[in-house]
Structures are given as C-alpha cells and as structure tokens.
Ligand binder design. Sequence first.
Ligand SMILES: [Zn+2]
Length: 379
Amino acid sequence: MSDVDLGPKSGALLFNSLKDKNSIILAANPRIALVSKGIFQAAKDMDAALIVELARSECDLKGGYTGLNPAEFSRRTNETAREVGFDIWALHADHIGIKKGTPEDIEGTKELVSGQIDAGFTSFAIDASHLFNFQGGDLREELADNINATTEVGRHIEEKMAGRGYGLEVEVGEIGREDESGRVLTSPEEGVTFITALNENGIKPHVLAIANGSAHGNTYDAEGNLIEQVSIDIPRTMAVAKALRDHNLDVRIAQHGITGTPRDLIHNYFPHGDVVKGNVATFYQNMVWDLFKVYEPELYSDIWNWTLENYREQGKGKSDNEVFGKFSKMAIKQFFDRIYSVGEDTKQAITALAYAETLVFLKAFNAGGTAQIVRDSMK
Ligand SMILES: [Zn+2]
C-alpha cells in the first residue's frame, strides 16, 4: 500500500463514479473525532467509498462547536486515513450556511471556504436554503436569493480550486422547516427550477439536498421520549430525482438527517441511486454519550449538567432528555480536553462500536465494493 495515495479524493470523482450504481455514499460526521477510526476501518473492510464531513456551525475558522477548525479537522482525518490505510474518501464541508445573504455574510463565507480549500477539503455543500422569498411571484423569484448566493460562493470555490476537481452539493428547501400543516417538502418543480438556474450561471452541482421530511438530530415524541424517525417521504424524494433526470439535469439527491431512521427501512425502501449521499451525524454523537455513561460516568454527568444548566431556558417545556439530546453538541468544545483524553479502554470501545454501526450503515446503503468502482474510474 506504500505507493497508494491515502489523501482525500475529489468529491466529483466519487459522485460521478457512483451516481448510477444503486448505492448511497455514507457521509459520516465525526463531530467527536474519536469515532473516525472505526468509521474508516469499516469503510476499508467493506471497500466502500466514504465522505467525512462537518458543518460550518461545527467547524469554522474559530473552531465551531466541535472545537475543530478546518485545518485541524483535516489533519486529524488524514492521520486516521493513513493509520487505517484507506484511500477512497472525500473531505466535505457540510452546510456552508448562508443565513442572511448580505455582502458581509457572503464575504465571511468566502473566507471560510478559502480556509477549507487551504486545509485540503475536496467537496463543498453550499446551503443558502434559508434565503427564501415568501413574497416571490413565482418559483424563480422565491428562490432568487438562494440562487444568487449559491452562485457567488460557487464561483469562489471554482476560482480557488484552480482547475482541481471537487464535489459540489447545494440545497433547496430548508431541512426540517415546519408550517401549520407540518414539514414543508421540496417540490419537483422547485428542484428543477433551482438547478436549471444554477447551471445557467455556470454552477454544476453533483448533489442536491432537499427538504423531504427528515430533520437534523434526534426525534422525540410529545412526552420527550427518543423515537425512530420514519418521516422521510420516499415517493416525494423519487419524484424530485425523476424530475431532475427528465430535464437532463445531472444531479442526484443528498439525504440529510438520517439519525433515527431504521436501517432496515433504508436498506429495503430507500431509492439507492436517486439518493447518492446519506448524512449520518448525531447518531455517532449519541453513541459516544451512551458509552460515556458506562466508561466515563463522571465526565458524562458533568456534560449532562452543563448542558441542562446552559440550555434549560432554550429548551423550555421539553424533558431533560430532549434538552440534552438537542443541545449536548454544544458541550463538545466546552469539554474538548476531557473528551479527547478519555481512557484507552473508552477509545477502544468507541472504535469498536463505530466500526460495527458503520458496517450496518454501509450495508443498508448498499455501499460495499463502491471504492473499487471509484478506483477503476481513476485509471
Ligand atoms: Zn444537514
């Protein structure tokens, strides 16, 4: 393996090689980076192409809520890839969120993207889905601010990458947004209008994130009990993918917010190939917290208490359980040193569990063998 390049590969290479292979690429979020080794080991053993990603909120130039800036996240992930000896992975910037779309907002976003590119990121998700004009006369007007912001940041990526390949994800329809009648879903026309406009502007995304009934993070019932998420609208997802194909738009779907979705449902019913990227984030965080209960009870209890003390107000009316489930991610930076200096036995258990759980995801995603398909297309 000594002459094999174990650095991150272009997201474009992964998406283009695998877009019609009836499989989903796992996009794993190592918010607590101790899970990375098990994830890489599983990808290696299944020979499954892998995307590793953190969102802007988690990993910005100041470190975000994980305490990892792009350079540090990249350094750690590259180290893990070398340690495990796995080659077919991309380093992806998830949710490069543009919330206001003001000139300052766009400039700050470009600075972040420049930092990500300098750190060696090979794939990018521009998310200006919050910029929706409810007063717009037609779809194009409603989406105009999203289209403009995505175009501007997309052009910056193109310029900074200077001819090197990279993956591009864009987003239409804010994931998890609700109105009086429930979750708002992206329509096929919306997807087509958005991608057509971007292509006209010279922006050619590989994957599109849509609002299709999932939400980020954990799902709770009215009493605050953690429950499965079975709300992803599969027929709608397939309809959006079909509309894109029917309009000759070379874009597939990125599924966000998979945590809580039963793996048998993914395996047996998800439209693999329409969905080509599947994001799994909070799942891994839950896994670490559960292990801490047994292996690091004092640390767990301190994280629990800190979260409830600081977020009780924001989570008003919710059970302790739910407040912890929704806001404990904010404790990662706060407890950074203690989390990363847990005992070897704890780290071993995290690696073992992350490995096993990732195997199950890769199986459910029909991802076994996809790394070889990517290697073959590099020849
Ligand atoms: Zn997401």
